[in-house]
Write a protein that binds this ligand. Structure first.
Ligand SMILES: [Zn+2]
Length: 242
């Protein structure tokens, strides 16, 4: 079925599938229905006949603006037909909770996430290698070995294909001195796998340990608090008072 989408002379967007229009909101990250809120004027479009038209929508979940760009199919006298395919001008950003991750590693992986969100998957690959190198600097040789074991573990856990595993190994554990072609080329699927694996490795290397340490010190704090609170009660309490 071909979806019909057009702007009428009154400047209204007519869309027979409007109720099914859903995107991942770049602001609240929800997969949400969106509602058109600003449509270009019919007369302006007819006067200039641009090849592409931008429409601002509101995210139904958080009410932030979302900008979509459509190709124009036909400039008709009473309707401007748009292609049903659209470009999301602002894509949802990939996120990672960086608490407990060392500064240099955070710096590299943040840029890796920006590259991924922009669909620049080979730039993403390069930044993943720099992320790994920064992590190895922090962890030392034994930490690097531990992460390699962890990668092997993930290989079984996620049933990675031998090809994907080799790419991951080359990206994360390879060096600039490796024989060419060095870093492998990634498509969007490979890049998604690499992203999830690097997140797991960073979590394993830094976040899990940091969280555990934090939880332990909170436990110790409450234990100390309880001990000091009990003490005066014992000292001042009399047996006939409750
Ligand atoms: Zn939203």
């Amino acid at each position: 079925m071909i979806m019909a989408l057009w702007i009428d002379p009154a400047g209204n967007l007519q869309h027979d599938q409007a109720q099914n229009l859903v995107v991942t909101c770049p602001h609240c990250q929800a997969v949400a229905h969106i509602t058109p809120t600003a449509v270009p004027r019919f007369a302006d479009l007819q006067a200039h006949k641009p090849k592409q038209v931008g429409i601002v929508y509101l995210c139904d979940a958080c009410h932030a603006p979302i900008f979509l760009r459509f190709m124009v199919r036909i400039y008709g006298a009473t309707r401007i037909e748009l292609s049903s395919q659209f470009t999301e001008v602002e894509r949802a950003r990939e996120k990672f909770a960086f608490t407990y991750v060392p500064e240099q590693v955070e710096l590299m992986f943040k840029e890796a996430l920006v590259c991924f969100s922009a669909g620049a998957f080979n730039a993403f690959t390069s930044m993943c290698r720099r992320t790994a190198q920064a992590a190895f600097d922090e962890l030392g040789a034994s930490g690097k070995l531990r992460l390699f074991d962890e990668l092997n573990h993930l290989r079984q856990l996620a049933a990675l294909t031998p090809e994907t595993f080799l790419k991951l190994k080359s990206i994360l554990f390879g060096a600039e001195t490796d024989p060419r072609p060095g870093l492998p080329l990634l498509d969007s699927y490979d890049a998604g796998v690499v992203l999830e694996v690097v997140k797991e490795l960073l979590y394993e290397a830094f976040v899990r340990k940091g969280k555990l340490k934090q939880a332990m010190s909170v436990r110790r704090y409450f234990l100390d608090e309880t001990a000091t609170n009990i003490e005066p009660l014992v000292r001042s309490g009399t047996s006939d008072e409750i």
